[in-house]
Write a protein that binds this ligand. Structure first.
Ligand SMILES: Nc1ncnc2c1ncn2[C@@H]1O[C@H](COP(=O)(O)OP(=O)(O)OP(=O)(O)O)[C@@H](O)[C@H]1O
Length: 579
C-alpha cells in the first residue's frame, strides 16, 4: 500500500508519507504501552498502596503525554497528505493522462478514469483522514498489549498471542472477500455508467429505429447486473463482518477463561486478574475497531490499485531535448509500418514526401488507412517500424509542444466547447488579438455565421457546438487553423455533401490555408482531388499510386478505376465540371 500511495502522491511526497507512517507506528506502540501501565496502576490502587499508585500514575502521565504528541503529529501529517491528495491528485492524473497515447482512450478506460478521478480520489483522501489510523493502531496497539501481558502473566500473554492468527485469518478472509466483491460491483458500475452514456448519446439512432421507448436491452442488462452485484455484496458482507467481530469476542472470552482458571487455582491474584482483564478489554477494543474498518480499507485499496494502474500506463516517450525543425512544412514517411493491435498491420511500407506549401490529397476506400496516416503525423501513435518526419525531424525526436506547433488539425467531427464562438476560434492561438480572431473568422467564412447570430462572436454555441450545423462547425475549425497559422494543416474533408453555401466557404478557406501552409487532405470531393499537387492512392494500408490527377489518369490504374466509379456515382456533369 505504501508503494501505491507513493505512486499516487508523487515521489516528492514519499518522505512525508514515510514520516507519517513513522508517527503512526510510534503512536500505536506507545498507546499500547500506556494501556499496559494501567495494570500496575490498578494493582496498586486496588491493593490500597497509594504511594505506589502515584509513582505509576506519574509514569503513565509521561507516556500519555508522548502518546498525545505522537497522535497529534500523525493526525496533522495525515491531514496534510489528505490535502495533498485533494489538491494535486486531479492535476497529476490530468497531466499523466494527457501524455498517454490516444489509443488508450477506449470507452471502457474513459469510464474507469472518470470513476477513479471522482469517487476514487475521495476514497484515497479517506485513507489518510479516517481509515489508516484505526486499522494500523488497531493492529499494533493490541500487539504491544499482548507482548506486555507476557511480562505480567505469560499464560495470559500467550493466550492473547495465540488468538492473533485466528483474528488475523478471519479478517484477512473477510476483507479479501469484500475487496473481491467490491471489484465486481465496481466493474458492474463502470459498465452501467458506460451504457447510460451510450444510451443518452445515441438517442437519435435509437429513436430513428424505434428503440427509445421499448427499453434498451444492453442498458437494462447492465443495470440488472449492477443491482445483482450490489445485492450480493450486501448479503454476503454482513456475515463476514460478523465473523470478524465474533473472532475478536472469542479472543476476549478465551482471555477471561484463562484468567479465571488461573485465579481459581490461585496462580494469579484476583486483584491482578481484574487489572489484567481491564487490559484484555483494551486488547480487543482496537481490534474490533480495526475489524470494522478493514473492509473499507480493502475497498480503498482497490481504488488505490485502479489509480496506480492508470499511473502505470506508459506515456508516449518524449525526447529529452526536442530537435529544431529543419524544414518547416515538410512531411515524410519512410517505410512506415503500423498496426493498432500487435501483429495486425494497418499501414505497410508507406513512403512518401510532401513538399512545403503544397497540397496533397489522400484517397482510398473506407478502412484503407487514410485517417491513420494523419494520426501518425500528429503522433497519436508511434510507428512499429520505419519513420515519420515532420519539418525534417523524426516526430519521436520532437516534444509534443514542438510537434503540435507545426500542425493544425481540421477533422470531420469537430468538437466545439460550450462557450462563445470567439472563445472557440481563439482555441487556435490563445494570445491572438481581437483583430486577428476577426480576420481568421472572415477568411474561414465564419463572419457570415456571426452576422446571423444574435450576439455575434459572443454567442454561445452550446455543448459540442450543437447550435451550429456540421458545415458551420467545420468552418469554425478552419478559423482555428487559420488563426494558429501552423506550417502544416491536416484536413479531413466532410464526406457528407455540403450545401452550396458551406461548400463555397470551405473552398475559400482551403485556398487561404493552401497559400500559407502545407495541406494534407483526406479528400472526398472531386474538385479537391483534381486541384492537388500530389495524390496518394491508398489501398489496404499500402500506397499503390502517387501522382497528379493527369499523371494518374494517364496511368489507367487504381486511380482511374476510382475516378470512373465516382463518375458513375455522381453523374458525368459533376466530373466534367470538376475536370
Ligand atoms: N482506434 C482503432 N483501434 C483499432 N483499429 C482501428 C482504430 N482506428 C482504425 N482502426 C482500423 O484501422 C484500419 C484503418 O482505419 P482508418 O480509420 O485509418 O481508415 P480510413 O481510410 O480513414 O477509413 P474511413 O474512410 O472510413 O474513415 C481500419 O481497418 C480500422 O478498422
Amino acid at each position: 500500500m505504501i508503494r501505491q500511495l507513493t505512486k499516487i502522491l508523487g515521489p516528492q511526497h514519499a518522505r512525508a508519507l514515510h514520516v507519517y507512517f513513522g508517527w503512526l507506528v510510534v503512536y500505536s506502540v506507545v498507546q499500547g504501552v500506556a494501556m499496559a501501565f494501567l495494570v500496575p496502576v490498578l494493582k496498586a490502587l486496588l491493593s490500597g498502596d497509594l504511594g505506589e499508585a502515584l509513582r505509576w500514575l506519574l509514569l503513565l502521565a509521561a507516556i500519555v503525554a508522548v502518546t498525545c504528541v505522537a497522535r497529534y503529529q500523525q493526525t496533522m501529517k495525515g491531514f496534510a497528505l489528505a490535502l495533498v491528495v485533494l489538491t494535486t491528485l486531479h492535476d497529476r492524473l490530468g497531466s499523466h493522462v494527457a501524455r498517454l497515447p490516444i489509443g488508450w482512450f477506449s470507452s471502457e478506460k474513459v469510464g474507469r478514469l472518470s470513476r477513479s478521478a471522482t469517487g476514487g480520489t475521495m476514497m484515497v483522501t479517506n485513507v489518510f483522514a479516517h481509515l489508516l489510523t484505526p486499522v494500523v493502531s488497531g493492529i499494533l496497539t493490541p500487539a504491544t498489549i499482548a507482548v506486555a501481558m507476557l511480562f505480567f502473566d505469560w499464560q495470559l500473554g500467550l493466550t492473547a498471542i495465540a488468538c492473533t492468527p485466528l483474528i488475523y485469518l478471519t479478517h484477512r478472509w473477510s476483507s479479501a472477500w469484500i475487496g473481491r466483491t467490491e471489484e465486481q460491483v465496481d466493474a458492474a458500475g463502470a459498465l452501467a455508467s458506460n451504457r447510460v452514456v451510450e444510451f443518452a448519446r445515441n438517442q437519435q439512432v435509437l429513436r430513428a429505429f424505434g428503440r427509445a421507448t421499448g427499453g434498451y436491452a444492453p442498458l437494462e442488462e447492465a443495470i440488472d447486473a449492477q443491482r445483482a452485484a450490489g445485492g450480493s455484496m450486501l448479503r454476503q458482507t454482513f456475515p463476514r463482518l460478523l465473523a470478524g467481530g465474533l473472532s475478536v469476542q472469542l479472543a476476549f472470552a478465551a482471555l477471561i477463561a484463562v484468567g479465571v482458571v488461573r485465579a481459581l487455582d490461585r496462580s494469579i491474584d484476583p486483584i491482578e486478574l481484574i487489572a489484567l482483564l481491564a487490559l484484555a478489554a483494551r486488547f480487543v477494543g482496537p481490534l474490533a475497531e480495526a475489524a470494522g474498518r478493514s473492509g473499507l480499507l480493502r475497498m480503498a485499496g482497490n481504488d488505490l490499485e485502479r489509480l496506480s494502474a492508470i499511473f502505470d500506463e506508459a506515456p508516449l516517450p518524449e525526447p529529452e531535448r526536442s530537435r529544431p525543425v529543419a524544414a518547416p512544412g515538410e512531411i515524410e514517411f519512410s517505410d512506415a509500418l503500423f498496426g493498432y493491435q500487435p501483429g495486425a498491420p494497418v499501414l505497410r511500407d508507406v513512403s512518401f514526401r510532401i513538399a512545403p506549401k503544397t497540397m496533397t490529397a489522400i484517397i482510398g476506400a473506407s478502412g484503407s488507412g487514410k485517417t491513420t496516416i494523419t494520426r501518425l503525423i500528429a503522433r497519436f501513435f508511434d510507428v512499429d517500424a520505419g519513420s515519420v518526419r515532420v519539418g525534417g525531424v523524426d516526430v519521436r525526436e520532437l516534444s509534443t509542444e514542438d510537434l503540435m506547433a507545426q500542425l493544425s488539425l481540421v477533422m470531420q467531427d469537430v468538437y466545439l466547447f460550450d462557450d462563445t464562438l470567439e472563445a472557440n476560434i481563439r482555441v487556435g492561438r490563445l494570445d491572438a488579438s481581437d483583430a486577428e480572431v476577426r480576420e481568421a473568422a472572415r477568411l474561414a467564412g465564419v463572419d457570415e455565421i456571426i452576422e446571423r447570430l444574435p450576439q455575434g462572436l459572443n454567442t454561445r454555441v452550446g455543448e459540442g457546438g450543437a447550435s451550429l450545423s456540421g458545415g458551420e462547425r467545420q468552418r469554425v475549425s478552419v478559423a482555428r487553423a487559420v488563426l494558429k497559422n501552423a506550417p502544416i494543416v491536416l484536413l479531413d474533408e466532410a464526406t457528407a455533401a455540403l450545401d452550396p453555401e458551406n461548400e463555397r466557404y470551405i473552398q475559400g478557406a482551403m485556398r487561404t490555408l493552401m497559400s500559407r501552409s502545407t495541406l494534407l487532405v483526406i479528400a472526398h470531393r472531386l474538385p479537391t482531388i483534381v486541384s492537388a499537387d500530389q495524390i496518394l492512392v491508398l489501398d489496404g494500408g499500402r500506397i499503390v499510386e502517387v501522382g497528379t490527377h493527369q499523371e494518374l489518369m494517364a496511368r489507367n490504374g487504381r486511380y482511374t478505376a476510382f475516378w470512373n466509379e465516382r463518375r458513375r456515382a455522381h453523374g458525368w456533369r459533376l466530373v466534367e465540371a470538376a475536370g
